[in-house]
Design a protein around this ligand. Structure first.
Ligand code: CA
Length: 227
């Protein structure tokens, strides 16, 4: 899952970036409204954290432009403390949630997780496919109750496929959602990660759909004639 942070306060921006990276997100950071708008309009994110008070272009205008361009990415706005008018304006401009400054990082993470989960149509924070469980709160993965150790990149890839269980996901889509913009993206590494995940979780975990990409299916969702 990949997140954009648009925050002009340097220490807060850096802190959010490292915190979100530590819990398994690919993160891009923009420090003004112009850069933030550009990234949000041209890159692919699973959620965006948008400060409202920004240099160049203010956060509300940025959000309004994304929405007018048809961008549906979930957006959480950061508002000034006790400013109910900021919250109303943010929600009216198309924000999906808000958080007033100062806030606890844990709350931001929980709200982001919920936004990403809802946007991908998942009701629970524990994702499951057959006997595989991925707990988006702890970042832990188990198969048949046994813990499975994944590297950060393997976890990002598995998490994206589990959020989009049953769908065919192309390599390009995976690359867009597991790497930040500064990463040297090589689509061959995706196949390497998939191979490693299959080794750790079972060969049947991820199906390769020739010419299209990958799919992670829940055996329980298969119709009897497929089984
Ligand atoms: Ca600000």
């Amino acid at each position: 899952m990949r997140v954009l942070i648009v925050e002009d306060e340097p220490s807060l921006g850096q802190q959010l970036r490292s915190t979100l990276e530590n819990v398994g997100y690919a993160v891009d950071l923009a420090t003004d409204g112009e850069d933030g708008h550009f990234l949000g309009a041209n890159e692919t994110y699973d959620a965006i954290v948008l400060d409202l008070g920004l240099p160049e272009i203010d956060g509300l205008t940025v959000l309004d432009r994304w929405r007018k361009d048809g961008k549906k990415t979930p957006v959480l706005v950061l508002t000034a403390r006790d400013s109910w008018s900021d919250k109303v304006a943010g929600l009216d401009a198309g924000a999906d949630d808000y958080l007033a400054k100062p806030f606890q990082t844990e709350e931001l993470i929980a709200r982001l997780r919920a936004l990403i989960r809802r946007a991908s149509g998942n009701a629970s924070s524990e994702l499951k496919a057959g006997d595989i469980r991925l707990d988006t709160r702890s970042g832990k993965v188990t198969r048949a109750g046994e813990p499975v150790k994944l590297t950060a990149q393997e976890y990002k890839l598995l998490s994206y496929l589990m959020h989009h269980k049953g769908k065919v996901v192309s390599r390009t889509e995976l690359i867009e959602h597991i790497y930040d913009q500064d990463f040297d993206r090589d689509s061959n590494t995706i196949e390497v990660f998939v191979t490693r995940i299959r080794k750790k979780l079972g060969a049947d975990t991820i199906t390769t759909i020739r010419g299209l990409g990958y799919s992670l299916e829940d055996p329980e969702d298969r119709t009897p004639q497929d089984a």
